[in-house]
Design a protein around this ligand. Structure first.
Ligand code: GLP
Length: 246
């Protein structure tokens, strides 16, 4: 490698959607079997669901694993079915039989959410950092809830959701008015600190974002372009999501 060569480009695996679960689960299990106290970062949203279903179907012993969520809404009552704590309980904790104490999320009910965000960043560091971070991508190029304009070196913090993201997540709520306006999210710098990244992207709504993320300049305008700064990124993309890639 040349001395001035940058990080290795993200590896894009083009797959039919029905293979996402098995390929992603193989990657996760590879990390679990090669690490004594693995730390896995988990995303919510539709993209990682096939992975969680596949892990649940395979069974396994997850007692040594620590899990960290990417983000959490602010402003929902405790136990709200669309809080990410509840989503992860339904999609990950219950199906995989995890001890809920091993699955961490930012605390949206803390008296000071800014403190909660800082504490969360510290908890990730105290756990030794994330070995593998699972990611989806927003159609505006967001990662976690790092919206366009987020600093590439940002850490876990309180953020405001864009209208575009609120409309994209409207499908999970009875009305748009009920979609929260604020959240606590891992920063782009936090995500880039994970040792390995795995992003799942399916469907035509992700094509432009994926193209900007991988083929465009590294810029806060497209938060997912930060992936180009990390040397160990695997992307699973179906034909529609990969349609605009070279
Ligand atoms: C959400 C989440 C992200 C997720 C993204 C894509 O708003 N905060 O973590 O990756 O949007 O969601 P989906 O996978 O449902 O398309």
């Amino acid at each position: 490698m040349r001395a001035d060569a940058g990080p290795a480009a993200p590896a894009v695996l083009r797959l039919p959607g029905h293979e996402f679960g098995t390929v992603a689960a193989d990657l996760v299990q590879g990390v679990l079997s090669s690490t004594s106290r693995p730390v896995i970062g988990v995303a919510t949203g539709g993209s990682p669901s096939p992975l969680y279903r596949e892990l649940a179907a395979r069974g396994g012993d997850y007692r040594a694993v620590t899990w960290f969520a990417l983000d959490e809404y602010l402003g929902l009552p405790a136990g709200h079915p669309q809080s990410y704590a509840e989503v992860l309980r339904r999609e990950l904790i219950d199906p995989l039989g995890l001890d809920p104490r091993t699955v961490h999320l930012p605390d949206p009910h803390a008296a000071d959410p800014h403190d909660a965000a800082e504490r969360y960043e510290q908890r990730i560091a105290d756990a030794g950092g994330v070995d593998l971070q699972i990611l989806g991508i927003g159609r505006n190029g967001h990662l976690a809830f790092n919206e366009p304009g987020a600093a590439l070196d940002s850490r876990t913090r309180v953020e405001t959701l864009t209208e575009d993201t609120r409309r994209a997540n409207r499908r999970f709520f009875p009305t748009l008015a009920e979609v929260p306006t604020r959240c606590i999210t891992q920063g782009l710098g936090t995500i880039l600190s994970a040792r390995r990244l795995l992003l799942l992207a399916q469907g035509p709504a992700k094509a432009e974002a994926l193209h900007r993320a991988l083929a465009g300049p590294v810029t806060s305008d497209c938060p997912a372009s930060a992936l180009q700064l990390h040397g160990d990124v695997t992307i699973l993309a179906d034909a529609k999501a990969a349609a605009l890639l070279p």
